[in-house]
Design a protein around this ligand. Structure first.
Ligand code: ADP
Ligand code: MG
Length: 342
């Protein structure tokens, strides 16, 4: 429960009392190991929130690695055999492969066996032996997956973990439901994955607080605030899930190059993009990838223009680095020094 609360606090919607006639409906659920809140306005609100909840639960059943009957678990247990995963999962795996290629392997769902070795799937944490990591790292590599339009096969002993992309994909599906049902405004927070849909009823942007990584248990401590309209904002942080052994902290974002928690000098990464189809998934994949890359590589990647997004990097040494697209919408807080990259 503490972990779930921490994740909820990771990114908080800061809601004003709006004094507006449009009726607000809200729904809270726990799915994908995370507390989620969905809010919508207007006459479709109640229906769309039910649909969003049903959809997220469907995806949880399909994609969870800890649910033995999920498709992902079936694939992980298939010992190298081909599995009929269906077009939706096959497309998500193909998207994952594209993000792995684009990020030079910083994002890689095949890091799963390493994540397990650290105990992050069972909550029985420990630091694996170097020898064990070396063996497990040989099983990591997106190129070892064979994909067709609706099947997938892993190499024997490989595994996949969609934890770094599933909530982003779910937020894309919620945006599609909002679009189909012509919802004008609302928002969804799936832990650190936020969708700001339209604007607030008073016409102003939604305001999202970026959790201060130095005060992860204080839901009112922010590294900054962003004003957003029709956008996704996804945060990955080392403070979200971690354990301590012999006085050292080990967190849940693994550098696939070393098998160790990414020691990149960053403590949190937020990726922001327009609320267009596929961008929720992109923001989730990239927030994890940029965290692994560290400031220098992340800035280079942003400059390359391969994807259209903005970013907020919080560094270990107390700086907040933003891309210029956020200059007018981001306000720094918590005593951080804000720098804009160019
Ligand atoms: P969260 O799920 O806490 O919001 P992320 O989106 O950054 O955070 O995903 C982290 C999860 O993804 C980990 O718990 C693990 O299951 C998996 N993971 C860890 N490192 C990587 C990586 N380099 N690439 C892809 N998935 C990863
Ligand atoms: Mg992610």
């Amino acid at each position: 429960m503490k972990r779930i609360l921490t994740i909820v606090l990771a990114v908080c919607m800061v809601m004003g009392l709006l004094g507006c006639s449009e009726k607000e409906q809200s729904l809270q659920i726990i799915a994908m190991d995370t507390a989620m809140t969905f809010t919508a306005y207007g006459k479709q609100a109640e229906d769309v929130l039910q649909d969003a909840s049903t959809e997220v639960r469907r995806l949880d059943k399909l994609l969870s690695r800890t649910n033995e009957s999920s498709l992902v678990s079936q694939l992980n247990a298939a010992e190298g055999n081909k599995v009929a995963v269906g077009q939706e999962v096959a497309a998500l795996l193909a998207a994952s492969a594209a993000y792995t290629a684009a990020t030079g392997g910083a994002f890689d769902i095949t890091v799963a066996p390493v994540v397990s070795a650290w105990g992050f799937t069972t909550d029985s944490y420990h630091v694996p032996a170097q020898k064990e990591l070396e063996i497990l790292l040989e099983r990591v590599g997106m190129e070892k997956i064979s994909l067709t339009e609706d099947t997938a096969a892993l190499a024997p002993e490989m595994g996949i973990d969609l934890g770094a992309i599933a909530k982003g994909y779910a937020s894309d599906r919620i945006a599609e439901l909002f679009r189909e049902q012509e919802v004008q405004r609302g928002w969804a927070a799936l832990g650190g994955n936020v969708l700001a849909w339209g604007s607030r009823p008073d016409g102003k942007p939604w305001v999202i607080g970026i959790q201060d990584p130095a005060n992860p248990n204080d839901g009112t401590a922010y590294a900054g605030m962003i004003q957003l309209e029709s956008a996704f904002a996804v945060t990955s942080g080392s403070y979200q899930r971690f354990f301590e052994e012999n006085g050292k902290i080990y967190h849940h974002i693994i550098d696939p190059a070393t098998g160790y928690p990414a020691d990149s000098g960053l403590v949190s990464v937020t990726v922001v993009a327009a609320a267009e189809p596929g961008n929720g998934t992109m923001c989730d994949a990239l927030s994890t990838a940029l965290f692994v890359m560290g400031e220098e590589r992340a800035v280079e990647f942003w400059r390359s223009g391969s994807y259209e997004f903005d970013m907020i990097l919080v560094t270990e040494d107390g700086r907040v680095v933003i891309s210029p697209g956020l200059e007018d919408s981001f306000t720094v807080e918590g005593g951080y020094v804000c720098e804009t990259v160019s």
